[in-house]
Design a binder for this molecule. Structure first.
Ligand code: HEC
Length: 136
């Protein structure tokens, strides 16, 4: 009985996902994650005007000008390090949250099987989104 219920549940989830994928072909995970985790400070459009910015010591930078500020090249490696936050002391003074640690903790709760890989994938998805919103 229990197995049947599980099967029914898995089946309905499959139908649900197929429906979502069919109705809305492009799910933009980078954008979704940006709006959820970053927009409060960096603004929905990434230009640094999120509502939380007023409460910080350092204003959140405009994330649409990262390539422009680097001779037209999106500085992928440097940004990965900034977002991941490796080497930042646990009680660091920076206002920007340490996302590597944040994502690892979220992953541990969800029981993901390969946490470091999932954390990397989430950061790369975000950076790919940022690369798409760069000012020309
Ligand atoms: C609590 C506010 C806050 C949130 C939320 C936040 N940031 Fe930041 N971010 C900042 C501040 C402030 C800075 C400026 C530097 C610092 O304080 O370390 C910054 C700096 C950055 C930089 C460095 C830009 C550069 O040129 O060096 C990047 C990239 C960045 N944030 C990306 C993100 C991403 C991606 C997210 C979401 C996963 C995010 N931020 C969420 C406040 C925030």
């Amino acid at each position: 009985m229990k197995t049947l219920a599980v099967h029914a549940c898995v089946l309905s989830m499959g139908v649900l996902f197929a429906g979502v994928a069919g109705a809305q072909q492009r799910v933009d995970f980078g954008k979704m994650e940006f709006e959820r985790s970053c927009a409060s400070c960096h603004g929905v459009d990434g230009k640094g005007n999120g509502p939380m910015g007023n409460f910080l010591k350092v204003s959140p930078p405009d994330l649409t000008r990262l390539a422009k500020a680097n001779q037209g090249v999106f500085p992928m490696n440097r940004l990965y390090e900034v977002v991941e936050g490796a080497g930042v002391p646990a009680h660091g003074s920076r206002d920007m949250p340490v996302w590597g640690r944040e994502y690892s903790m979220q992953d541990a709760q969800s029981g993901a099987y390969d946490s470091p890989a999932v954390v990397r994938a989430r950061i790369l998805t975000l950076l790919e989104y940022l690369s798409r919103i760069q000012a020309k």
